[in-house]
Design a protein around this ligand. Structure first.
Ligand SMILES: [Zn+2]
Length: 127
Protein backbone atom coordinates (compact mmCIF):
# COMPACT_ATOMS: atom_id res chain seq x y z
CA UNK A 1 0.00 0.00 0.00
CA UNK A 2 2.78 2.47 0.87
CA UNK A 3 4.62 1.70 -2.35
CA UNK A 4 1.45 2.43 -4.32
CA UNK A 5 0.93 5.65 -2.37
CA UNK A 6 4.46 6.86 -3.07
CA UNK A 7 3.79 6.75 -6.81
CA UNK A 8 0.41 8.45 -6.28
CA UNK A 9 -1.65 5.37 -7.05
CA UNK A 10 -4.66 4.43 -4.97
CA UNK A 11 -3.37 2.49 -1.96
CA UNK A 12 -6.39 0.20 -2.04
CA UNK A 13 -6.75 -0.73 -5.71
CA UNK A 14 -3.27 0.28 -6.92
CA UNK A 15 -4.62 2.09 -9.94
CA UNK A 16 -4.53 5.55 -11.37
CA UNK A 17 -6.39 7.90 -11.55
CA UNK A 18 -6.74 7.92 -7.79
CA UNK A 19 -8.03 10.68 -5.51
CA UNK A 20 -5.30 13.17 -6.48
CA UNK A 21 -6.75 16.13 -8.37
CA UNK A 22 -4.15 18.37 -9.95
CA UNK A 23 -1.39 18.71 -7.33
CA UNK A 24 -2.99 19.98 -4.12
CA UNK A 25 -6.63 18.94 -4.62
CA UNK A 26 -8.55 15.72 -4.16
CA UNK A 27 -11.47 14.01 -5.75
CA UNK A 28 -14.00 12.82 -3.20
CA UNK A 29 -13.38 9.21 -4.21
CA UNK A 30 -10.74 7.18 -5.97
CA UNK A 31 -11.63 7.45 -9.63
CA UNK A 32 -10.63 3.83 -10.18
CA UNK A 33 -12.30 1.94 -7.33
CA UNK A 34 -14.58 4.52 -5.68
CA UNK A 35 -13.18 4.35 -2.12
CA UNK A 36 -13.63 7.60 -0.24
CA UNK A 37 -10.54 9.32 1.16
CA UNK A 38 -12.51 11.16 3.85
CA UNK A 39 -13.44 8.10 5.85
CA UNK A 40 -13.44 9.67 9.28
CA UNK A 41 -13.49 13.08 10.95
CA UNK A 42 -10.12 14.81 11.07
CA UNK A 43 -8.45 12.80 8.32
CA UNK A 44 -6.94 15.98 6.90
CA UNK A 45 -4.76 16.48 9.98
CA UNK A 46 -2.78 13.30 9.27
CA UNK A 47 -1.33 14.31 5.88
CA UNK A 48 -0.58 17.80 7.19
CA UNK A 49 1.23 16.46 10.26
CA UNK A 50 3.17 14.01 8.12
CA UNK A 51 4.00 16.85 5.73
CA UNK A 52 5.36 18.93 8.62
CA UNK A 53 7.52 16.02 9.80
CA UNK A 54 8.90 15.41 6.29
CA UNK A 55 9.56 19.14 5.77
CA UNK A 56 11.35 19.57 9.11
CA UNK A 57 13.40 16.44 8.50
CA UNK A 58 14.51 17.59 5.05
CA UNK A 59 15.21 21.12 6.30
CA UNK A 60 17.29 19.67 9.15
CA UNK A 61 19.27 17.51 6.75
CA UNK A 62 19.73 20.50 4.44
CA UNK A 63 20.84 22.71 7.28
CA UNK A 64 23.37 20.18 8.59
CA UNK A 65 24.67 19.53 5.06
CA UNK A 66 24.98 23.28 4.49
CA UNK A 67 26.85 23.82 7.74
CA UNK A 68 29.18 20.87 7.19
CA UNK A 69 29.90 21.81 3.58
CA UNK A 70 30.66 25.46 4.33
CA UNK A 71 32.34 25.30 7.76
CA UNK A 72 33.94 27.35 9.22
CA UNK A 73 32.77 30.34 7.13
CA UNK A 74 29.00 29.97 6.97
CA UNK A 75 27.32 31.94 4.19
CA UNK A 76 24.45 33.02 6.42
CA UNK A 77 22.44 34.83 3.76
CA UNK A 78 22.70 31.99 1.22
CA UNK A 79 21.83 29.37 3.84
CA UNK A 80 18.88 31.44 5.04
CA UNK A 81 17.53 31.96 1.52
CA UNK A 82 18.00 28.28 0.71
CA UNK A 83 16.29 27.06 3.87
CA UNK A 84 13.41 29.53 3.63
CA UNK A 85 12.90 28.51 0.00
CA UNK A 86 12.91 24.88 1.12
CA UNK A 87 10.43 25.65 3.88
CA UNK A 88 8.06 27.02 1.23
CA UNK A 89 8.65 24.53 -1.59
CA UNK A 90 9.03 21.21 0.25
CA UNK A 91 5.50 21.15 1.72
CA UNK A 92 4.01 22.03 -1.67
CA UNK A 93 5.98 19.35 -3.46
CA UNK A 94 5.50 16.70 -0.76
CA UNK A 95 1.78 17.23 -0.11
CA UNK A 96 0.27 14.74 -2.59
CA UNK A 97 2.75 12.09 -1.45
CA UNK A 98 2.09 12.63 2.26
CA UNK A 99 -1.65 12.64 1.52
CA UNK A 100 -1.50 9.30 -0.26
CA UNK A 101 0.85 7.76 2.32
CA UNK A 102 -1.54 8.85 5.07
CA UNK A 103 -4.43 7.37 3.11
CA UNK A 104 -2.49 4.09 2.89
CA UNK A 105 -1.85 4.22 6.64
CA UNK A 106 -5.54 4.90 7.25
CA UNK A 107 -6.66 2.05 5.00
CA UNK A 108 -4.15 -0.29 6.63
CA UNK A 109 -5.04 0.52 10.21
CA UNK A 110 -8.75 1.02 9.63
CA UNK A 111 -9.57 -1.46 6.91
CA UNK A 112 -12.77 -0.85 4.97
CA UNK A 113 -15.59 -3.21 5.84
CA UNK A 114 -17.75 -4.92 3.26
CA UNK A 115 -20.43 -2.22 3.44
CA UNK A 116 -17.87 0.48 2.63
CA UNK A 117 -16.44 -1.58 -0.24
CA UNK A 118 -19.95 -2.21 -1.60
CA UNK A 119 -20.75 1.50 -1.36
CA UNK A 120 -17.49 2.34 -3.17
CA UNK A 121 -18.26 -0.18 -5.90
CA UNK A 122 -21.78 1.14 -6.30
CA UNK A 123 -20.73 4.80 -6.45
CA UNK A 124 -17.97 3.98 -8.89
CA UNK A 125 -20.33 2.05 -11.14
CA UNK A 126 -22.74 4.98 -11.12
CA UNK A 127 -20.05 7.55 -11.92
ZN1 LIG B 1 -8.79 2.99 -5.75
Amino acid sequence: MFRRALVLKCPLCGKRPSTVKRWLGHHERCRSCGIRWHREHGFELGPIALNVVVTFFLLGVGMIAGFVATAPDFPVLALTIGLVSGAILIPLIAYPFTFMVWQAFDLLTHQPDQAELDEAEKSHAGA
